[in-house]
Design a binder for this molecule. Structure first.
Ligand code: FAD
Length: 285
């Protein structure tokens, strides 16, 4: 099938993109999600605004934040020494996304704006308290990740707004992380995935960040599971209780890919594995 007709605008500046983004327009970034939607006529924008020429592929530190421009490609995130040092959870999560050809084109902004509940990048952003920098007709604004994802493929971006960057705060020193993904085929979108980042000092968990993808309308931040871990020695009991609490926080879909009960069970199993991985424990089969 071919896309329905649309006007094509290749913007050279953010201002040009914003002025083209009125009415029924759509941003084109890496095209990995938008082009299939266009070809299946699941979306029929009047105008497609290609933003690939914009100066939004910066990747740098700003104060205690790591700043990723919306056009940074997944593969850049995965391989950047700066990201590996400053946000290793994100670098590892991106290595699980699709295949290299997808990662070469897919962008940080595209993955966030597409808001697939099973996607890795939104889950990491929710786990690590990222902030999204947005430009729009009303001027610039910032949206915390916890308020950004509203439902499957729904975000807090208002019509005509462009996501321009993602800011990730620095995790505490000696934090450890893990990403565990369950999918039908290697690097398909997750049935369920768990990202975790844990800090242990003097044998006690001082900070835990856990998010589950594929188990709710948005990425699920497992706050109760995190609270169960903090202040405790990271033993098997604490991990098992946290894993059950993470599963309790999910609201999985019941669809042709997997029943809700299976996804919830997997959320517990994968959280256990992620925490054991992050804590350097032996992962049980
Ligand atoms: P596009 O496809 O260009 O755009 C996606 C949507 O976001 C569109 O609605 C577009 O208008 C909007 N948009 C894009 N950029 C902006 C912006 N700056 N501001 C506002 N709106 C914007 N993802 C995973 O997370 N995990 C996987 O395992 C995975 N596997 C995949 C396997 C295959 C075979 C394919 C084709 C894709 C897969 N993906 C996966 C999706 C991939 O990560 C996409 O790259 C991503 O979802 C969209 O990024 P994009 O840059 O291609 O965006």
């Amino acid at each position: 099938m071919k896309a329905a007709p649309f006007d094509y605008v290749r913007a050279a500046t953010v201002e040009e993109a914003l002025s083209a983004l009125s009415g029924g327009a759509r941003v084109l970034a890496g095209g990995q999600s938008l082009v299939p939607l266009l070809n299946q006529r699941l979306v029929r924008p009047t105008t497609v605004v290609d933003v690939n020429r914009l100066d939004l592929d910066h990747l740098h530190e700003s104060g205690s934040d790591l700043v990723l421009g919306a056009l940074v490609r997944h593969r850049q995130v995965e391989t950047s020494p700066l990201v590996r040092r400053r946000a290793p959870l994100l670098a590892e999560a991106m290595s699980h996304v699709g295949h290299v050809s997808v990662r070469n084109l897919g962008t940080v902004g595209g993955s966030a704006a597409h808001a697939d509940p099973a996607a890795e990048l939104p889950a990491v952003c929710v786990a690590l308290d990222a902030t999204f920098g947005v430009r729009g007709p009303g001027g610039p604004r910032e949206i915390p990740a916890r308020d950004f994802f509203l439902g499957p493929h729904r975000t807090a971006l208002a019509p005509g707004e462009l996501l321009v960057e993602v800011r990730l705060p620095r995790p505490p020193p000696r934090s450890r992380h893990a990403v565990v993904k369950l999918s039908r085929r290697h690097n398909d979108l997750a049935l369920v995935a768990v990202v975790a980042c844990v800090t242990v000092r003097d044998g006690v968990v001082t900070r835990a960040r856990i998010a589950v993808a594929g188990a709710g309308p948005t990425p699920v931040r497992a706050g109760a599971a995190e609270a169960l871990l903090v202040g405790r020695a990271p033993g098997h009991h604490a991990v098992a209780e946290a894993a059950d609490a993470a599963a309790d926080a999910t609201d999985p879909p019941d669809d042709r890919h997997a029943p809700a009960a299976y996804r919830r069970e997997m959320a517990a199993v994968l959280t256990r594995r992620a925490l054991r991985g992050a804590l350097g424990q032996v992962v049980a089969p």
